[in-house]
Design a protein around this ligand. Structure first.
Ligand code: NAP
Length: 288
């Protein structure tokens, strides 16, 4: 079994980006808009800041209160759009249901939309045209497969999950790369049969240990996108142990499959690195 080591690939991407950024007189800048105060968002933002700073990128953290109005969010994004020192803008998701997520993402200028979630970039992906930004998790999955020499052209790829953030863009990108793509979801009948039919199985369901030994077959490539914080035993009166768990039961399938990305240490680090690859592309396009 080959371990698809996202940390190792992330570190190599970091090295390449660092060398490129070192040569720039003006540093690329990413603005991260956070709305509210969830622990989850704070953790993801911290990871992005650390990675960005480690490669010489400037990271501006725009932290808005949970009670902020949509107009105020749109105004903050408008300001970042007009700021020539900012090359990429992302809104840390999820955000409160009281805000119109689509309108907020749509407000980001397409050339600064380095999460690739606005309609201009999604349409470019839909039409398989160059010049846009592929959402970071999708780009990370493609890069991880490419790094390990796993070609997708002509392969049967099954993606479990059809979210706008992961499942759908990943399906489109793999279709563009000539894979034969099936997307399974919560209404899929006989999901196990579908997952076993894959050459490459990508799981983004957000269900810890959803994929077990009966759901995979010999030699499959398995990419586990899931990240769920599972609260376990109490370590003392106040603190309970929290484990990050993937959608695949790693120990159950590891002796069956041909390759697997672990959680943590697989797609997560690739997502962060891919976001900054998008940022550096945005910077270069804005300065060319
Ligand atoms: P999401 O919006 O909740 O979507 C989950 C998808 O899984 C839905 O399409 C849902 O189907 C499907 N699903 C749920 N239960 C299922 C079941 N029993 N059988 C088959 N399909 C099922 O989640 P998301 O944003 O795509 O994220 C998915 C997971 O990836 C989460 O754990 C998230 O934390 C993680 N994630 C990781 C990264 C990373 O960098 N590694 C990045 C983003 C997200 P329906 O559409 O029918 O409801």
């Amino acid at each position: 079994m080959i371990l698809l080591d996202g940390k190792k690939v992330r570190d190599e991407i970091a090295q390449t980006l660092r060398a490129r950024i070192f040569a720039y007189a003006v540093k690329p800048k990413l603005a991260i808009v956070q709305i509210g105060d969830t622990q989850e968002s704070a953790t993801y933002i911290k990871q992005k800041k650390l990675f960005g700073e480690s490669i010489g990128v400037l990271v501006e953290h725009v932290h808005l209160q949970e009670t902020v109005s949509e107009q105020e969010v749109l105004a903050a994004i408008g300001k970042l759009n007009r700021d020539a020192s900012v090359h990429g803008i992302i809104v840390q998701l999820p955000i409160s249901d009281t805000l119109d997520k689509d309108a907020i993402i749509e407000a980001i200028a397409p050339q600064k939309d380095v999460d690739g979630l606005g309609s201009v970039n999604i349409k470019l992906l839909w039409e398989n045209k160059a010049g846009g930004y592929i959402p970071a998790t999708t780009r990370g999955i493609l890069s991880l497969l490419a790094y390990y020499g796993i070609s997708v052209a002509g392969k049967r790829v099954v993606i479990v999950g059809r979210s706008f953030l992961v499942g759908k863009p990943t399906a489109l990108a793999l279709l563009n790369a000539d894979a034969t793509v099936t997307v399974a979801h919560s209404k899929t009948v006989n999901c196990s049969e579908v997952t076993r039919s894959a050459d490459i199985l990508i799981i983004a369901a957000g269900k810890p240990h959803f994929i077990q030994k009966d759901d995979v077959r010999e030699g499959q490539i398995v990419i586990d996108v899931g990240i769920t914080a599972v609260t376990g035993e109490k370590l003392n009166d106040e603190v309970a142990e929290v484990t990050i768990t993937g959608d695949v039961h790693f120990d159950d399938v590891k002796d069956i499959v041909g390759a697997i990305s672990p959680v943590p240490g697989g797609v997560g680090p690739m997502t962060v690195a891919s976001l900054f690859q998008n940022l550096v592309s945005a910077y270069e396009r804005q300065n060319s």
